[in-house]
Write a protein that binds this ligand. Structure first.
Ligand SMILES: NC(=O)c1ccc[n+]([C@@H]2O[C@H](COP(=O)([O-])OP(=O)(O)OC[C@H]3O[C@@H](n4cnc5c(N)ncnc54)[C@H](O)[C@@H]3O)[C@@H](O)[C@H]2O)c1
Length: 668
C-alpha cells in the first residue's frame, strides 16, 4: 500500500460502500470467546447499537453478520471494517492531518494495535487479555478520521473507545480526552463489564491499552528489573547479589512476557510457566526467554544445573504454574524469589487457567460451562496458594506482583490470609518495594517515544537522559541515590538489551525533577534539530496516576486507600496544564471495579509552548501523588514534598502532624 493509499484510508473513516471481507487469520492470537451474558432483548439492543455507525442501506447485510460475530465471539468486532493498512507506528510525518499533536496520537494508537505488540490484534486488545484500544473497527476508523481532520483549536472526546466527536477548545487544551469503563460505582462488578462491553457501550482499557501509551513489554521489563533488584536486596546479605538464585513465576503474555528478560538483567536463574504455547513460542522467538522446556523432570534437571553453575538463564516451562510449584516442592528445589503474573484481574474470562485440563478444554468450558469453569479456577487457586505456602515455609520470599493473585486466592478460600484475618500473609510488591523505595519519592515509569521512528533518535535521547541523571545524582540526597544508580545502569544497558518492540520507545524511573529536566533537554534537542519530535508519557502504574488499594496505593495506611480522589485530580490537573491527551480508566491492572487509574501523553515539538507545558504538567503530575502520600504520613513522601517546596515557591502543601500512639491508646 502506498503512503497516499494509507492516508486516504485514514481520512475516509467509515467507508460509504461495503468493504470486502478479509479472511479470518488463524495465525493471529485471538481473544477467547466471551461468555454469553445478554438476554435476547439485550442482543437486539447490541445489534442496534452496532448499526448506529453505518448507513441504513447496509444494515440488511451487516445485521446478520454482526449477529453471527456476537454468536461466535460474544462481541461484535465488525471485522469486515478492519482496515487494509498495516498497523505500526509510522514516522509522525506520514500521518495525514492539520495537527502535529493529533498525528502523535495516531502514531501511538497504531503502535498499540501493531501485530508485533498487541495480544489479540483483530479484537483490538493490546494486553492483559481484555485491555482494549477500541471496542470495534468502526470506532478505530472514526477516531483516526477525526484525528486526521482536527485542528489545535479542537478536542476529541472518546467514551470507552467511541469517538463522540470534535468540540471547539483551544491550543493549550488536550487534543483528546479518553475515559474508559467509567460506570456508576454500584455497577462495577466484572459481569457488569461483560454486559456493557457486549452491548457496545463500555470497555476495559487496562492501563496503557485504552490510553495509547503501551510500549510493548519494555515498560514492564524495567519495572520488573527494578522490583527483582530490590527484592534481591531484601533477601541477600550485603553485596551478595542474585547470582545462582532462583526466581519462579508464571505468564509469558503481554506484560508478564517481560519477566524472564528482567530476571536475566537482574542476573538470576528464572522459571516462567505459561499454559498457552502461542505466548510461549512468541516470547521465545523474540528472544525474551532463553529456553523452552515441556517436561517437568527435564525442568528440574536443568534448574539444578543452572543453579549450580550460577548461570544467568531464563527458562520457560510450557504448562501450568501450579505443576511447577508442586514439583519443585516434591523435588526440594529451593526457590529464592517467587511471584505470579497470570491475568488474575480477569479470572473468569481467560486470565487464569485451571490445572489438569488442556487449554482447549478450558476455553470450551469457559464459554459453555462458566460455573464449572469458575469452580475449577478456584480449586486451582487453592492448590496454587498451598504450594506457595510450602515453599515460603522453607524460606522463599513471595510477593504479589499486582495481578490480584492474593485477592482472587482469598476469594477462592485459599490459605492466604495473615493471622489478623484482615491482611494477606504476603506483601504486595508495592507495600514492600515500590511504594517506600520509589513512589513515595516520586520515582515512577516515565517513558518516551521517538516520533520519527528512527533508532538514532532513540540513541540520542538515551544519551541525553543518562547525562541528566548522572548530573542529578551527583547533587542528590543519599535517600534517592540507589534509584538513580539503578536507572543509570538500566539506561546504559538498554540498547544492548534490545528492548524495543514496536515504536522507538524508552522507559526509566525518574522523580519529578528528573522527568522535568530530561523532558526539557529533549525539547531543546528537538529545537536545535538534533532529533525529531518526541512523545512523553508514563504508565498509569505510577506515583499519582492510580488509586488501587491492593497495588499502587497499598502502602497508604490512613484508610484512604479505597478512595480515588488522587487519580481523578491527576487527570484533571494534567489536562489544564498542557497534556496533549489524558485518560482515566476503571480497572487498569487489577480488574474492573478494583481501581481507578489515569495517565497522559504529551508531544514535545521543540517549541516554547512545549517547554512551558512540560514544566507545569510534569511537576504537578508527580507532586500530586507525593502530596497525598505525604498526607498519609509516609515519611519518604514527607521528605520528598518538603524538598519540592524548597525548589518551587508557588508550591504549598498541607503537611500532617503525627499523633502520639500512647495518647491514642490511652483513649481507645
Ligand atoms: N505489577 C505490575 O507492574 C504489572 C504490570 C503489568 C501487568 N500486571 C498484571 O499482570 C497480569 C498479567 O498481565 P499480562 O499483560 O501479561 O496478561 P496476559 O493475559 O497477556 O498474560 C498472562 C499469561 O498468563 C498465562 N496463564 C494464565 N493462567 C496460567 C496458569 N495457571 N499457568 C501458567 N500460565 C498461565 C496466560 O496464558 C497468559 O499468556 C495482569 O493481571 C496485569 O494486570 C502487573
Amino acid at each position: 500500500m502506498t503512503l497516499e493509499e494509507f492516508q486516504n484510508e485514514i481520512m475516509e473513516g467509515i467507508p460509504s460502500e461495503l468493504p470486502t471481507k478479509s479472511e479470518y487469520d488463524l495465525n493471529l492470537n485471538h481473544a477467547p470467546k466471551r461468555k454469553e451474558i445478554l438476554s435476547n432483548d439485550e442482543k437486539k439492543l447490541a445489534l442496534k447499537n452496532a448499526l448506529r455507525y453505518f448507513p441504513v442501506e447496509l444494515h440488511v447485510v451487516l445485521a446478520p453478520e454482526f449477529a453471527e460475530e456476537m454468536k461466535q465471539f460474544g462481541r461484535i468486532y465488525m471485522l469486515r471494517y478492519k482496515p487494509k493498512h498495516k498497523m505500526y507506528a509510522r514516522n509522525i510525518e506520514e500521518y495525514p492531518g492539520k495537527s502535529l499533536q493529533a498525528k502523535a496520537i495516531m502514531l501511538m494508537i497504531q503502535n498499540n494495535l501493531d501485530h508485533a505488540v498487541a495480544q489479540h490484534p483483530d479484537e483490538l486488545i493490546t494486553y492483559g487479555g481484555n485491555g482494549a484500544v477500541f471496542q470495534n473497527w468502526a470506532q478505530y476508523r472514526l477516531c483516526m478520521q477525526y484525528l486526521s481532520e482536527m485542528t489545535d483549536e479542537q478536542t476529541l472526546t472518546i467514551y470507552s473507545g467511541h469517538p463522540m466527536g470534535l468540540y471547539p477548545s483551544h491550543k493549550d487544551a488536550p487534543r483528546v480526552i479518553v475515559t474508559n469503563g467509567m460506570v456508576i460505582p454500584n455497577y462495577s462488578k466484572p459481569d457488569d463489564w461483560e454486559k456493557f462491553n457486549a452491548l457496545g457501550v463500555s470497555q476495559y482499557g487496562q492501563m496503557t491499552a485504552g490510553s495509547y501509551m503501551y510500549i510493548g513489554p519494555q515498560g514492564i521489563v524495567h519495572g520488573t528489573t527494578i522490583t527483582l533488584l530490590n527484592g534481591g536486596r531484601k533477601i541477600s546479605k550485603e553485596g551478595e547479589g542474585l547470582a545462582g538464585k532462583l526466581f519462579v513465576t508464571a505468564g509469558l503474555g503481554g506484560m508478564s512476557g517481560a519477566q524472564p528478560k528482567a530476571a536475566n538483567i537482574a542476573g538470576c536463574v528464572s522459571v516462567t510457566a505459561e499454559v498457552n504455547p502461542k505466548a510461549t513460542y512468541t516470547r521465545h522467538s523474540q528472544g525474551w526467554v532463553d529456553e523452552v522446556i515441556t517436561d517437568l523432570d527435564e525442568l528440574c534437571t536443568r534448574v539444578h544445573k543452572a543453579k549450580e553453575n550460577k548461570e544467568i538463564v531464563s527458562i520457560a516451562y510450557q504448562g501450568n504454574i501450579v505443576d511447577v510449584w508442586e514439583k519443585f516442592d516434591e523435588e526440594n528445589i529451593y526457590i529464592d524469589l517467587g511471584s505470579d503474573q497470570t491475568s488474575l484481574h480477569n479470572p473468569w474470562a481467560g486470565g487464569y487457567y485451571p490445572v489438569g485440563i488442556s487449554l482447549e478444554q478450558a476455553n470450551e468450558m469457559m464459554a459453555n460451562e462458566p460455573e464449572l469453569f469458575k469452580e475449577k479456577i478456584q480449586e486451582t487457586l487453592r492448590r496454587h496458594a498451598d504450594a506457595v505456602n510450602k515453599h515460603t515455609a522453607k524460606g522463599t520470599y513471595f510477593f504479589d506482583y499486582g495481578n490480584a493473585f492474593l485477592l482472587e486466592a482469598s476469594r477462592a478460600g485459599a490459605d492466604i490470609m495473615a493471622e489478623d484475618g484482615i491482611n494477606f500473609r504476603y506483601p504486595s510488591y508495592v507495600q514492600d518495594i515500590m511504594g517506600p523505595m520509589c513512589f513515595d519519592y516520586g520515582f515512577g515509569p516515565f517513558r518516551w517515544v521517538c516520533a520519527t521512528g528512527k533508532t538514532e533518535d532513540l540513541e540520542t535521547t538515551d544519551r541525553i537522559a543518562c547525562e541528566v541523571l548522572e548530573e542529578l545524582m551527583n547533587n542528590s540526597p543519599k535517600e534517592i541515590q540507589q534509584q538513580m544508580a539503578d536507572n543509570i545502569r538500566w539506561i546504559k544497558g538498554a540498547q544492548e538489551n534490545k528492548l524495543v518492540v514496536g515504536s522507538q520507545a524508552r522507559i526509566l524511573y525518574a522523580d519529578a525533577e528528573g522527568r522535568v529536566k530530561i523532558a526539557a533537554a529533549f525539547n531543546e534537542a528537538i529545537k536545535d534539530g538534533t532529533i525529531g519530535p518526541v512523545v512523553l508519557g508514563r504508565d498509569h502504574h505510577d506515583v499519582s496516576g492510580t488509586d488501587s488499594p491492593y497495588r499502587e496505593t497499598s502502602n497508604i495506611y490512613d484508610g484512604s486507600s479505597f478512595t480515588a480522589d488522587m487519580a481523578i485530580q491527576n487527570v484533571i490537573g494534567d489536562s489544564f496544564r498542557g497534556a496533549t491527551w489524558v485518560s482515566i480508566h476503571n480497572g487498569g491492572g487489577v480488574g474492573w471495579g478494583e481501581v481507578i487509574n489515569g495517565g497522559f501523553g504529551m508531544l514535545l515539538d521543540g517549541s516554547d509552548d512545549a517547554d512551558r507545558r512540560l514544566r507545569s504538567m510534569l511537576f504537578w503530575d508527580v507532586n500530586n501523588g507525593i502530596s497525598r502520600r505525604s498526607w498519609a504520613r509516609n515519611d519518604e513522601a514527607v521528605f520528598a514534598i518538603k524538598r519540592a517546596m524548597e525548589t518551587e515557591p508557588l508550591l504549598k502543601v498541607t503537611l500532617p502532624n503525627y499523633a502520639d500512639d500512647d495518647l491514642i491508646n490511652s483513649i481507645y
